[in-house]
Design a protein around this ligand. Structure first.
Ligand code: HEM
Ligand code: HEM
Length: 162
């Protein structure tokens, strides 16, 4: 199978949805943190729809995130750009890291919330920082390729191509 020249509309839409949901997870995190704090202290907390939104948002991130590799396995994805083997390896490692941390966030969050395991909550909080660092690296890489190396890389995630 030859690699397609770009990403499909579905691949682009899923990338956008997952990114937006991740922003939502960070913006509205206080409700779930407060609810877990209350649970740890043995206190009741009033129902807050933002807690449900965090649980559902986290599950949806995973649906959108894992749908993409399955499409990639079927239709393929454009070849990784980069001026050297090191750059291409770094891009691939960042993408793999993003997938891994998204999955680990779901697992640690679920074990903390449904199992009440404090270590999992701590892991979730550590991974929250790891995810931010990887996203920052990813965005800096995309900007570097687009504006300095002029590969037009960001357009690959904006315009669908077969
Ligand atoms: C939470 C935010 C984000 C996450 C989790 C994320 C994750 C990913 C992942 C996993 C891939 C690999 C796609 C594949 O499987 O083929 C990817 C590709 C890409 N992302 Fe993001 N992304 C995020 C935000 C952004 C932003 C803000 C930009 C724009 C500056 C961006 C630009 C791109 C581009 C251009 C590609 C394609 C790279 C290529 O074709 O080699 N991403 N993203
Ligand atoms: C990619 C998906 C997710 C992201 C980006 C994310 C992000 C966050 C962030 C930023 C916090 C705040 C931590 C702090 O107070 O500093 C948090 C807390 C929390 N999240 Fe998530 N989350 C995700 C998925 C989930 C899922 C799927 C669940 C459960 C099913 C979950 C359960 C929790 C719990 C229980 C806390 C409170 C932890 C504590 O006790 O401090 N999260 N999350």
């Amino acid at each position: 199978m030859t690699d397609p020249k770009g990403y499909s509309r579905l691949q682009i839409a899923l990338h956008r949805l997952a990114a937006l949901l991740i922003v939502h997870q960070y913006l509205f995190k206080d409700a779930i943190s407060a609810a877990r704090d209350a649970a740890v202290k043995g206190m009741e907390s009033a129902f807050n729809p933002l807690v449900l939104a965090h649980l559902a948002g986290g599950a949806l991130v995973l649906v959108f995130a894992l749908w993409r590799p399955s499409i990639r396995a079927g239709r393929g994805a454009p070849e990784t750009l980069g001026d050297s083997a090191v750059q291409r390896a770094l891009a691939k490692a960042t993408h793999l890291g993003l997938y891994a941390v998204m999955i680990l966030m779901l697992i640690s969050g679920s074990v903390a919330w449904f199992g009440g395991v404090q270590a999992a909550a701590q892991g979730h909080n550590v991974m929250e920082v790891a995810l931010l660092a990887l996203v920052a690296l990813h965005v800096v890489g995309a900007i570097y390729h687009h504006f300095l190396l002029k590969h037009g890389l960001i357009n690959r995630m904006r315009r669908a191509e077969g």
